[in-house]
Every structure is written in structure tokens, then in C-alpha cells.
Design a protein around this ligand. Structure first.
Ligand SMILES: Cc1ncc(COP(=O)(O)O)c(C=O)c1O
Length: 412
């Protein structure tokens, strides 16, 4: 049996339903997430007994700290199971504000924080809060799959900016996309899928551009704990002039290895947080109550940084393992990423009439080599594929052997 996911129609899905059952134009425009779809397809193959190496995962393969589990169960036992304030319990909002103030060398207050079900919902609410119909939001390539879809749901137009050859985010390339309609710039560093980390001087130039042109910065910093070389530059650490027009998105999915539990947050000026709370109140009400208490406990016990530092050390070793194996494969062009937990090699030398881009190559890899990767096309970079090294050393070794064999058979 052949598993098919990556037909071209997949990304160009247009509903063709009988009149009575028509869905809205807005819903019909949304592309499904290629990362989630690929991972569930590959997991389905494993369930059927196929031997598949998973390099698709966008989540740490660690258990959360034991103290987190304990606090979560305790909260349930203590009956902390009722609705909470929409923007989050006051103690958690304050703890996040204090933690971020200290880390960024700035002053933040409870009123600057909203706790949402995952960072993804913070992102969505932030776009809904600051974008108007017809506004443009500049998003550097390669971009995480949900940004453009969320912008469209907010009735705005995503405008894609190029990055350098190795996917470094550059202010001048963003500036070339500015128009009268630009209302926001979305920056994701450390970046998914490229693994690149925004340089501080580029961050400052982007901040100046935002100030001069009266533009919002939405800065997605969820991979912040995973920087192996250089330093993470949060827009919150750049000074008060940019803080007043910055929305930082962060969360606990990656930093506490709890992707399935759904808790993230945004930090922004109070009026933006108010607007986001208004919309959260009418859509999801609040994040799971017990989960908020467990996250609070982790912050109060100062466990967050030490826990993520442990993961970072392991990821760094795997990063070097995967990089050195990929580098040896002729025709695969890979740079060493500075952060996150992904490699994003260029595999376009293997494209041909038979392999017409990253979707077809990924499909072949899955079916012929039993290796699940994510096609770069969904991230706006069809020459590339994304491999996650959030998996065991053995998985990396096995997968790299299979890739080497597969590619040597293709001829670069
Ligand atoms: C760049 C980026 N931003 C945001 C998210 C969403 O994180 P969460 O699980 O907290 O919603 C992800 C998840 O993969 C991501 O890769």
C-alpha cells in the first residue's frame, strides 16, 4: 500500500461541496498544517507495523519535570478545577511578568501578560488584536506554517520577505517589502524551520524600522531556550522605545516539554492584552485551571531555566550528530543551525522530472526509505526539507543511514 499526502492539491485545497453544505470563504482559504498532517500520516504507518524513522516531530522527546506533574495532580486534588479569570490567574500572570522582566532587563507587569491555550492561540489573538482588513504583515521566509493562515483569518495579507541564502533574517530584505499598508512584522527567532537565530544588530534595525513606520512587531520566541551558539535577542530587551509596539509570544510547550497540554502566553502593552482577553473570553474562556497552577509552581521554584538547559545540552549533542552525518551526503547542502531543534538542508540537487520538489521527495523518503521528514514547501522553501533532532541518538543514527543510502541511489 502506498501512502500519499503530498499531492499538489493538498496545499491548494478548495472546497467543492454541494450548495447547501458550503463552508465560509474564509474557512475554505485555510491550508491544512503540513507538519501536523505528515506526522500523523507517519504515525499511522507505524501503527500498521511499518518501520518508520520519525524526523517530523516539533516537540521535545522529554518528560516534563516531576515537580510539574506533582503540582498538576495536587491542583486537581485541591479542587482547583473551576473557571479562572480569562487572561489567567493573577499569580501566574505576575510570575511570568517577573520572570520575563528579570530575563530581559525590563519592567513588565501582570497587566502586560495573557495566558492562552498554547503560544499558537496567543499568536492568533495578537493578529486579531492589531490587524485590520487589508493590512499587510511582513513575514520573513522560511516561516512557520501557521503565520500566513492566521493572518488571513484576521483579514490581513501576509507579505513574504526573503532572507539570506542561509536563512538569516535581514532587516534590509524586510524593509524592501514595506508599503503604506504594512501594519506588522512577524519575527520568529530561533526560527522554525531554519534553526537560525536573529542577530542583535538586525533586531535593532528592525526595531528602528518599526518605530519609524509606526508598525507592530510580533516576535515569536517559543524556541528561546534552545540557542547553542550566539545569544537570543528578545525584542523586549532592546529598550522601551520598541517595547511599546512589541507583542512577544512565548510558552511552555517546548520549554517544559508539554506540547499536548496547551499553555502559552503573550506579553504586550496593556491595551493589546485587554483586546486579546476580550476575544479569548468569547472563544475559549481560560487555560485549564490546574495547568496554570502547575506552571506557576515551576516558575516559583525557578525550575524552568534549569530544566530547559538540560534539554539544550542533549539537543546540542544531537545537533552536531545530525549535522555531521548530513554533511557527508553528497548533494545534500546543509548549514549548521544555531538554535531550535531542526536541520533544514537544501536537497534540490535531487529534483528531477520524477521528483518535482520537496513534497514529492518527502513522499518518496517516507515510502522508499521509511524516513519521515517535513517538506520545505509548506514553510515557503521548496528546495529544503526539515528534519527534527528531537529524537533519540539511535533514531538519528538509523535515520541518517537510511538517508545516506537513499540519496546515494538517487544521484545528486
Ligand atoms: C515557531 C512556533 N511558534 C509557535 C508554536 C506553537 O506553540 P504551542 O504549542 O505553544 O502552541 C510552534 C509549535 O510548533 C512553533 O514552532
Amino acid at each position: 500500500m502506498r501512502f500519499t499526502l503530498f499531492s499538489n492539491n493538498y496545499l491548494k485545497y478548495t472546497p467543492n461541496l454541494p450548495k447547501m453544505a458550503d463552508i465560509s470563504v474564509k474557512a475554505g482559504q485555510v491550508k491544512k498544517s503540513s507538519t501536523l498532517a505528515l506526522t500523523s500520516l507517519a504515525k499511522g504507518m507505524i501503527k500498521e507495523g511499518r518501520d518508520v524513522v520519525l524526523f517530523g516531530a516539533g516537540e521535545p522527546d522529554f518528560e516534563p519535570p516531576r515537580e510539574f506533574d506533582d503540582s498538576f495532580y495536587s491542583a486537581l486534588k485541591e479542587g482547583k478545577t473551576k473557571y479562572t479569570p480569562v487572561a489567567g490567574i493573577a499569580e501566574l500572570r505576575k510570575a511570568i511578568a517577573d520572570y520575563s522582566s528579570e530575563k530581559r532587563g525590563t519592567n513588565l507587569f501582570r497587566e502586560n501578560v495573557i495566558v492562552t491555550p498554547g503560544a499558537k492561540y496567543s499568536l492568533f489573538l495578537s493578529m486579531m488584536a492589531v490587524l485590520n482588513r487589508g493590512d499587510e504583515i511582513i513575514i520573513p521566509r522560511p516561516y512557520w506554517v501557521s503565520y500566513a493562515e492566521q493572518a488571513k483569518l484576521a483579514d490581513a495579507a501576509p507579505v513574504i520577505a526573503d532572507s539570506s541564502e542561509d536563512f538569516e533574517i535581514r532587516a534590509d530584505l524586510i524593509e524592501s517589502k514595506l508599503t503604506q499598508r504594512t501594519r506588522a512584522i512577524l519575527i520568529n527567532s530561533p526560527n522554525n524551520p531554519s534553526g537560525q537565530v536573529l542577530k542583535r544588530n538586525e533586531a535593532r534595525k528592525i526595531a528602528d524600522m518599526a518605530i519609524e513606520n509606526d508598525i507592530w512587531i510580533i516576535s515569536d520566541e517559543v524556541y528561546e531556550p534552545f540557542v547553542y551558539e550566539g545569544k537570543h535577542s528578545s525584542f523586549l530587551s532592546l529598550g522601551d522605545d520598541i517595547k511599546s509596539r512589541t507583542i512577544v509570544i512565548n510558552g511552555f510547550s517546548k520549554s517544559l516539554a508539554i506540547t499536548g497540554l496547551r499553555i502559552g502566553y503573550a506579553i504586550a502593552p496593556e491595551n493589546v492584552i485587554d483586546a486579546m482577553s476580550g476575544m479569548q473570553g468569547h472563544t475559549v474562556s481560560n487555560v485549564c485551571s490546574a495547568l496554570q497552577y502547575a506552571a506557576l509552581d515551576v516558575l516559583n521554584k525557578s525550575l524552568l531555566d534549569s530544566f530547559s538547559a538540560g534539554m539544550r545540552r542533549v539537543f546540542n549533542k544531537r545537533r552536531m550528530m545530525m549535522y555531521s552525518s548530513l554533511k557527508k551526503i553528497e548533494g545534500v547542502n546543509v548549514y549548521l543551525p544555531m538554535g531550535a531543534f531542526y536541520m533544514f538542508p537544501d536537497v534540490s540537487s535531487f529534483y528531477s522530472e520524477k521528483i518535482n520538489g520537496s513534497f514529492e521527495l518527502s513522499e518518496l523518503l517516507l515510502n522508499k526509505a521509511g524516513v519521515a521528514v517535513i517538506p520545505g514547501a509548506g514553510f515557503g522553501a521548496d528546495n529544503n526539507i526539515r528534519l527534527s533532532y528531537a529524537c533519540s541518538d539511535e533514531t538519528i543514527e538509523k535515520g541518517m543511514e537510511r538517508l545516506a543510502e537513499f540519496f546515494s541511489g538517487q544521484g545528486g
